[in-house]
Design a protein. Structure first.
Length: 202
């Protein structure tokens, strides 16, 4: 086989192998739609979440303002991130993240549906040593329907981390709504480096 054919053969093989790895399903770290919380019954300042440590967050479901979720184009249950004040949610699980990995976070946010202004939500991924791996503030109009947000975070060094939401703005018990939180992780960064890396010269 001459060098030119060999070079193209190796390039094709590398691309096929990289594509196969890139298409592999990522590991699902968390997938939470809150549907099973409290037996599907709403509750003010609910703290019994299966996956979260919570403060000042209302579970909106039959029995407690469940119509707000539908008003925002979603389904019941969902969360109001303000109970008696600005609320917070932090994952109970500490996730083990590999070096040079991609963590993808996805969640649905909606406006408060009650005519308030100035509400915001900060989403963060942070290590157990206090390093902020990702943080972003989200704002929406009061009457905004649920919008899906997806962010990919490159984790350069192996670490342990948690994910959180923090409500901000006027602490008037009428915060933004949250639903359908998904976290996945995969070694996408290494695959991308392989695909774009230079082949040895022949």
């Amino acid at each position: 086989m001459n060098r030119r054919i060999l070079k193209h053969t190796l390039a094709a093989a590398a691309l096929l192998a990289a594509t196969a790895l890139a298409q592999a399903d990522p590991v699902v770290l968390l997938n939470d739609d809150f549907d099973l919380e409290n037996g599907g019954v709403g509750r003010a300042e609910y703290s019994g979440f299966a996956n979260w440590s919570a403060a000042n967050s209302d579970l909106l479901a039959p029995g407690y303002f469940y119509g707000l979720c539908q008003s925002a184009g979603g389904s019941t249950p969902c969360l109001d991130l303000e109970g008696s004040g600005n609320g917070s949610l932090t994952t109970l699980t500490t996730f083990d993240l590999a070096a040079d990995s991609i963590v993808t976070v996805q969640f649905d946010l909606a406006g408060d549906q009650r005519g308030r202004s100035g509400n915001q939500v900060t989403a963060s991924l942070f290590s157990t040593t206090g390093q902020t791996l990702y943080s972003e503030v989200f704002t929406l109009p009061s009457d905004a329907d649920f919008t899906r947000f997806t962010r990919s975070i490159h984790v350069t060094d192996a670490t342990q981390a948690r994910f959180s939401f923090l409500s901000g703005g006027p602490a008037d018990s009428m915060g933004m709504l949250l639903d359908n939180v998904v976290l996945t992780a995969g070694a996408v960064a290494a695959v991308q480096g392989w695909v774009t890396g230079a082949l040895p010269a022949f």
